[in-house]
Design a protein around this ligand. Structure first.
Ligand code: FAD
Length: 108
C-alpha cells in the first residue's frame, strides 16, 4: 500500500501549487475542472480513511473555485483540518503566507 505520509506530502504539494497558480478570474472551464479534481479525491485517493474524511469535510465545506485567493484559502483550511486531526501545527491561511510557501518563496 502507498506510504500515507509521502503520498500526502506529494498530494498537498500538487494541490497547493495548483491553487497558487489558479487564475484570479477563472473561466467556467477552469472552475469545472477544479471542481472535478477536488471531487475526485474522495473516490480515487489511495488512502481510504483519508479519502473518506476528506469527503465528509468537503460536504460540510464546499469548494470555493471562484478565484485564486478563494481557492487557496479554502484548500489551506481543509489541510488544517487534517493537521488538527494528526496533531500537526495549523498553517496561517493568509494569501501572503500561502504565496510565500507555494508561489513566490520568502522575501529577502
Ligand atoms: P504535510 O501535511 O504533507 O504538508 C506539506 C507542507 O505543506 C508542509 O511542510 C507545509 O509547508 C505546508 N502546509 C502545512 N499545512 C498547510 C496548510 N494548511 N495550507 C498550506 N500549506 C500547508 N494522513 C493521515 O495520517 N491520516 C489522514 O486521514 C490523512 N488524510 C489526508 C487527506 C488528504 C486529502 C491528503 C492530501 C493527505 C492526508 N494525509 C493523512 C496526509 C497528511 O496530511 C500529511 O501529508 C502527511 O502526514 C505528511 O505530513 P508532512 O509533515 O510531510 O506535511
Amino acid at each position: 500500500p502507498p506510504d500515507v505520509e509521502q503520498l500526502g506530502n506529494a498530494t498537498w504539494t500538487f494541490l497547493h501549487s495548483t491553487a497558487a497558480y489558479y487564475p484570479n478570474r477563472p473561466t467556467p472551464n477552469h472552475r469545472a475542472n477544479m471542481l472535478l479534481l477536488i471531487r475526485a479525491i474522495p473516490t480515487l485517493y489511495p488512502c481510504s480513511h483519508c479519502a473518506d474524511d476528506f469527503g465528509q469535510d468537503v460536504k460540510v465545506n464546499p469548494p470555493d473555485v471562484s478565484s485564486r485567493a478563494g481557492l487557496s484559502k479554502w484548500l489551506c483550511e481543509r489541510h488544517n483540518e487534517v493537521n488538527l486531526k494528526l496533531g500537526k501545527k495549523p498553517f496561517d491561511c493568509t494569501l501572503e503566507k500561502l504565496d510565500e510557501r507555494w508561489k513566490n518563496g520568502p522575501r529577502d
